[in-house]
Design a protein around this ligand. Sequence first.
Ligand code: AMP
Length: 216
Amino acid sequence: MYIILFGAPGVGKGTQAKRISREYGIPQISTGDMLREAVREKTELGKKAEAIMNRGELVPDDLMLNLIRERISKPDCAKGLILDGFPRTTPQAEELSKLMGEMQLPPFTCIEITVPSETIINRLTSRMTCSSCGKDFNPVFTEVPTNMKCTKCGGAIITRSDDNKETIQKRLNVYNEQTAQVKYFYKDKGHFFSIDGDRDVSEVYTSINDILHRLR
Ligand code: AMP
């Protein structure tokens, strides 16, 4: 099962991807998490990406494609995977499709999650994230541990450097201008579903699960 969770920042892709990963035993590949790790580890990629990410812009396609090519070639992707945050441009979608062909893997199915932009802004301005495993904590939905330690891995809970009002607005503009159109790549091939993400996390998961059952 090769799934893309698609949608603007803050629609809940990461939360849903983690649950699908757990329940279906396939890896979640979040390019945002991979880049943040590269920034923390001060790799060449991390050094190139850091300022771009803090501005809320997109990291160049060639760097992203190298990253994704290397990750998808790993053995844990042989039975399926969930992409969260990739592709974000049409060239990324085209190259991903070529790569899947070369690797003799099935095409991706794209599941779009939609949420009104006011709700997204409210969610992201209050979001906190584990700096180690990427788990999200949001006081709007659940209590944040008072010791600010992640309940999953014990890592420090922080506010992401791009989760401030100005950068959030920039990321939403970038999504509308460069990413939203990517869905037509999958729509044209008939590999596209769209669901309402402005609901309880478990209701959204049920809708995704229904689609995944139909694909099996
Ligand atoms: P995310 O955690 O998915 O919100 O991604 C955080 C930031 O990482 C984005 O605002 C971009 O700067 C960068 N990024 C993540 N995925 C991609 C991608 N597929 N293409 C370009 N930049 C990306």
